[in-house]
Design a protein around this ligand. Sequence first.
Ligand code: NIG
Ligand code: FE
Length: 420
Amino acid sequence: MNTLITNIKHLVNVREEHTLLRGKALAELPIIEKAFLYIKDGRIDSFGKMDDLEITNNEQGILNDESRNVIDAAGATILPTYCDSHTHLVFAASRESEFVDKLKGLTYAEIAAKGGGILNSANKLQQTIENDLYNLAAERLKKLIKLGSGAIEIKSGYGLTVEAEIKMLRVIKRLKETFPIPIKSTFLGAHAFPIEYKEKKQDYIDLIINEMLPAIEKEQLADYIDAFCEEGFFTVEQTEQVCLAGIEKGLKVKIHANQLHVSGGVELGVKLNALSVDHLEAMDINSIQSLANSNTIGTLLPTAAFFLRMQYQPARQLIDAGCAIALASDFNPGSSPSGNMNFVNALSCIQMKMLPEEVINASTLNGAYAMEVENDLGSITKGKLANLIFTKPIPSLSYMPYSFGENLIDKVMINGEFYE
Ligand code: NIG
Ligand code: FE
């Protein structure tokens, strides 16, 4: 079915051509006021000013297309859907009791003993059957699409055994097959060392390399390889070992880097030509320069900093240095129990002083690059998928991050059809 959308107040992120945005270009957000948009077979076919609809019609016959459906946007603003390039959407159970314990002042060790942390999420996931995990993840994903996410990356890493990592990745594969949006799958076996490997860490790395990766290759279960490069988790050397083994299997690299410490994870990512290095709360001049001089995208996860009450990512410094940055939710039960990209954007403006134009570009087009869906999503461009956010009436685009906490999304369109 073809669809003509009329009376769009602002058609946002309209581009004939696109590149990964860095520096001043991140603040340039092309908008058409009083616009129309024409969708053919689920993809963007043409767009322009309402005043020029007749002219476009004379060239393309939009108004005479008998199979077309007309939607009057009635003054809604339309944006491309968000591309959330970093999530841990598949997990067995929430961890709000750990959250309350932290509020009451319990230490990390006390919380771990009571059932908190990555290892305990792994414990629960190992005991949950694949179908139940799928149903839980599917419900979460439906909610996120309604909040405006039209593409998502999902990591494993709460399995930590061959069997449970494969189970998680199979759940992600099933989500890919059943949901109408692009989904990318990342193998994060190197998320934490299981307790039984505490004194023999190389054995766990060998398990990742010699057993998990071949099994993943056999079933084609992953697009990317990731590791948590951090003190107390995986060293730079261990991260490199895991990532090189992934590269050999054809997987591009994404790294959890510089979340708690300046770890060398960013420089390693740049060296391995990583698609992205993610988190970046703890950055120094060297890591900023290294990232700025590379093709690697810095994916900022401000809701994790918010939830853990940590310093925010130095977004302004990164942008001014010329780094290409994306924004993502890090949705997970431990450090960011929300996948709402509208809140990610608001927080990025409020706490990191990013401009509204910058947060939209970072969560749409640069997010698309950070999960390699830029040819299909991330901007309003001819030929791209019609995955669109329709806002409720808003006075201006800046109202979206300003009026944080209010759901300003009226409807979401996926492949040219409203998502119910
Ligand atoms: O991206 N940093 C490492 N991993 C997750 C959180 C893990 C958890 O607590 O479950 C993150 O923040
Ligand atoms: Fe993460």
